[in-house]
Design a protein. Structure first.
Length: 448
């Protein structure tokens, strides 16, 4: 792989993408770099701007760098730290949990699946299950199967667990580019309020959700376009007066651990491109207006006068975007046929009905399914692993691969693998899966 310049490039372009687009490495061809020693004052044309080259301060040298503090990233960082790796987690917002907490996507889905004896069993184990148990012990969950949590309790529990593990965290830091040399990430660049800085990692775990790191590394991916919504919460739902003259039932969302509060989902259009910042901006505005006006309609309905808009999620509800074309792409067939993998790093379940081989299978009849380590492994970059909704799977599995429970499992596997790769100075493609599995078992993961 060619060495990539650390010059940031601002390219303005427009164009439509397909619902699922196979993409090649990198967003665009970089401008020609001046010869070594030549001052670069920066250039501008009608369509591009090139920044001058400059040296950046290295603010950390770490064993494992996890980019993205959602469910996958937090779990990955805890796993790597518990395995003895010097670990840094970088998060662009001010909290952990990603869409699970900041996105108000409160249900922890796919906690159960059918085993081969046709018995419903728990699939969530290891660090992810520890998170759930701590929340349950705080009385901050409802339901045992596919529970919903309180978002502030979720942020607290994840923060405490990360602190206990010894992981360092950089909040308000947005990964903006990588330096790749000899198919190895040498540095990851961060945009911060202190300016642009660099981190030098031995191994990187991409838990950005959108596959930003794998993209900059030149790995192939598919851009899956799907619904983008904005979740909100309603207060005083326990004060609805069903005896009021003119009362009628209205959809008020799903139950949360707080008796007066419900969470309300939003689907959005069917083919939205989460990689288009203009589209994201337009959707953000429209969703906020729609939510406010819908809540006013609820409040004007007899019996619902005391219901109010508690909050809207600070994070947009992006469900899908880049998906890695990795060493193995997991499929819906794999998940429906109890396919076994000798490098399995965990199991997940089903949360919704699916159409498979012409038959509709309801969520409670869905088998548990294994996730192989090689689905977290890119084909080229030697020190990169992928967790969360951008790991490698076929589009027919996306409903199950993207949700919180699966993200916790893939994050755990990626974090364990990253710690071992950093310790042994081994390329992730050459890592012994048995060693990864052994470490995961030590961390109370269940692999089959």
């Amino acid at each position: 792989m060619k060495r990539r310049s650390f010059l940031n490039r601002l390219l303005l372009s427009s164009g439509a993408l397909l619902t699922a687009t196979q993409c090649k490495p990198g967003p665009d061809a970089p401008p020609a770099v001046p010869p070594a020693g030549t001052p670069d004052p920066g250039t501008a044309t009608s369509s591009t701007v090139r920044e001058p080259a400059r040296d950046l301060p290295v603010v950390a040298d770490v064993d494992v760098l996890v980019v993205g503090g959602g469910p996958a990233g937090t779990t990955a960082a805890i796993s790597a730290s518990r395995a003895g790796a010097k670990t840094l987690l970088v998060e662009r917002y001010n909290h952990l949990g990603g869409l699970w907490t900041g996105g108000l996507v409160l249900p922890l889905l796919s906690t159960h699946g059918l085993d081969q004896n046709q018995k419903q069993v728990r699939t969530l184990h290891g660090i992810g299950n520890e998170m759930y148990e701590r929340l349950r012990d705080l009385n901050m969950t409802v339901f045992d199967v596919n529970p919903s949590i309180d978002p502030e309790a979720g942020k607290y529990v994840l923060e405490v667990m990360l602190q206990e593990s010894g992981t360092e965290v950089y909040y308000h830091s947005w990964a903006s580019q990588v330096l790749v040399e000899d198919q190895t990430i040498r540095a990851v660049f961060l945009e911060t309020k202190s300016g642009r800085v660099a981190v030098r990692p031995k191994v990187v775990v991409d838990c950005t959700g959108d596959g930003d790191i794998l993209h900059w590394c030149g790995e192939n991916f598919v851009n899956v376009q799907y619904e983008i919504g904005l979740v909100h919460r309603l207060g005083n739902v326990d004060r609805v007066n069903k005896e009021a003259p003119g009362y009628r039932d209205l959809p008020l969302g799903g139950q949360t651990p707080l008796p007066s509060v419900n969470w309300v989902n939003m689907t959005g259009g069917p083919h939205e491109d989460a990689l288009d910042f203009r589209k994201l901006s337009a959707l953000q505005r429209q969703h906020r207006i729609d939510i406010w006006e819908q809540v006013q309609e609820i409040r004007s309905t007899p019996g619902h006068e005391e219901v109010f808009l508690l909050d809207t999620a600070p994070q947009q509800g992006v469900r899908m975007s880049r998906v890695l074309d990795g060493m193995y792409r997991l499929s819906l067939k794999d998940s429906m046929t109890y396919r076994r993998f000798d490098d399995a790093i965990g199991i997940s379940g089903g949360w919704t009905s699916v159409l498979y081989e012409g038959r509709r299978t309801t969520w409670d009849k869905r088998p548990l399914w294994q996730i192989p380590f090689r689905s977290l492994v890119p084909k080229n970059t030697r020190n990169l692993l992928v967790g969360g909704r951008c790991f490698s799977f076929e589009e027919d599995l996306f409903q199950d691969a993207r949700i919180i429970g699966t993200c916790l499992i893939t994050g755990h596997g990626a974090g364990a693998g990253a710690a071992l790769a950093a310790r042994s100075a081994t390329a992730v493609q050459e890592l012994d899966p048995a060693a990864v599995r052994s470490l995961l078992k030590e961390q109370k993961a269940v692999l089959a």
